[in-house]
Design a protein around this ligand. Structure first.
Ligand SMILES: CC(C)(COP(=O)(O)OP(=O)(O)OC[C@H]1O[C@@H](n2cnc3c(N)ncnc32)[C@H](O)[C@@H]1OP(=O)(O)O)[C@@H](O)C(=O)NCCC(=O)NCCS
Length: 390
């Protein structure tokens, strides 16, 4: 188990550097950071979850990082985090490019070492490193993180905050009748996801450039919601569902309409309340909403797409019914478009739109060309939805 140093190294010291943890260092920092992120799991269950995720992704797509002082057996771990290599696309001036976008998660410093600049030094080093990390196939043009400590801290290291609103819908009992005007939905299971993800990717590639409302010098960036990315969310979810409810989740989303005109969403059950009997802060997160027949679904002109409101309302209604069976207070949809908000309002009980100021703030660091004063002048983050979270 890690000890408190008798003398704290200076965060700027040349002996302090970024490295990868040994298996025992990894176990030690997970045991520590589990206090922050285990939710309703015990530390042992949390370690099982983290192992399951690492086994699923393999080192090709997931990397652990530590800031250490010194080398060899004597080195001391000062802070830690992990990164996920993800597929992204960047569209600019009508051209779409495949890129790597790294996601950063679990930035952590032990309580007794805090306030000495260790996490800051780690972020400084990591920010530079990621630009060229795992870029054998595609260049890396951006990295993201989801700050739980507000909008300022990570901005000083280059990760600028992006919109952080969400639509909230309260859970309803399964017995509540559906609005008769809504189209019927069908559940999505794991096996139905890969073809939908492939179709979503190809639609997104075609939609990005022409639907840009941004200036020509603005780059549109987005992560691709691949079946592998969804699998990562669902591996985590299933460990918690099994530990808490004795069964993995089966339904991964909902779809309505016929081919060519479908609306679907993928979802994720997120339990944050340490008390397994309390629903507060537990949400079914809509990972992404896809409208097959509408070019403007990811960034189209304001005022369009009204004909899809019923379909979107139907899948949101399915989401809040699903949430009721899993000890949740409601459903969240991150950065909803106008049409999604309209759909939420259509449902009985309505919805509210909130801005998060402290938790899960999407922050992006851009490695491409800079012209504007802030990153948000140069980059528009399209489909800034929960699917991108890590
Ligand atoms: C956030 C964390 C990694 C910072 O580690 P650290 O080594 O102390 O960071 P640094 O010394 O580089 O910077 C300290 C600064 O971080 C900021 N900070 C730390 N915790 C914060 C919080 N909860 N809210 C807002 N800012 C915070 C403050 O600006 C602080 O400066 P201060 O000590 O003068 O107030 C550490 O506090 C931690 O592990 N917290 C628990 C896990 C967590 O929330 N991680 C962040 C996930 S996004």
């Amino acid at each position: 188990m890690a000890t408190v140093p008798s003398k704290f190294p200076d965060a700027k010291s040349p002996s302090v550097h970024l490295a990868h943890p040994t298996p025992s260092e990894r176990r030690a920092f997970l045991t520590n950071n589990g206090q922050s992120w285990r939710g309703n799991l015990t530390i042992e269950q949390y370690l099982v979850r983290e192992d399951a995720v690492y086994d699923y992704l393999t080192p090709a797509n997931m990397t652990y990082w530590v800031l250490v002082d010194g080398d060899g057996e004597e080195r001391m771990v000062l802070s830690s985090c992990e990164t996920y290599k993800r597929r992204g696309i960047v569209a600019r001036e009508g051209k779409v490019k495949d890129v790597v976008g790294h996601g950063i998660g679990s930035v952590f410093c032990r309580p007794e070492l805090r306030g000495r600049g260790y996490a800051g030094r780690m972020m400084e080093e990591l920010g530079k490193k990621l630009q060229h990390w795992q870029t054998e196939e595609h260049e890396c043009l951006f990295s993201v993180l989801f700050s739980d400590i507000g909008k300022k801290y990570y901005a000083q290291f280059g990760w600028q905050p992006f919109p952080s609103t969400h639509l909230h819908l309260a859970t309803i009992p399964l017995t509540t009748p559906s609005l008769p005007s809504l189209p019927p939905t069908r559940p999505l299971t794991t096996s139905s996801l890969p073809p939908l993800c492939t179709l979503d990717e190809s639609l997104l590639r075609h939609r990005l450039p022409p639907t840009s409302a941004a200036s020509p010098s603005t780059s549109l960036v987005t992560f691709l919601t691949t079946a592998e990315l969804l699998g990562w969310h669902h591996v985590r979810e299933d460990v918690i569902a099994t530990a808490t409810f004795g069964r993995p989740a089966e339904v991964r989303g909902a779809v309505c309409g016929e081919e060519g005109e479908r609306v679907w969403c993928y979802w994720l059950r997120s339990w944050y309340n340490a008390d397994g009997t309390n629903t507060e802060r537990n949400h079914l997160h809509v990972l992404r909403i896809v409208v097959e027949g509408w070019d403007g679904a990811d960034g189209g002109a304001v005022g369009e797409g009204r004909e899809w409101v019923g379909g979107i309302a139907a899948v949101l209604d399915a989401a809040r019914r699903e949430a009721s069976g899993w000890q949740m207070e409601g459903v969240e949809v991150w950065n909803p478009s106008e049409v999604v908000v309209e759909a939420g309002r259509l449902l009985e009980g309505g919805c509210r739109v909130e801005e998060r100021e402290t938790e899960s703030i999407p922050c992006l660091r851009w490695y491409g060309e800079r012209k504007g004063e802030s990153v948000r002048d140069d980059v528009q983050w399209v489909a800034n939805e929960k699917a991108a979270w890590c």
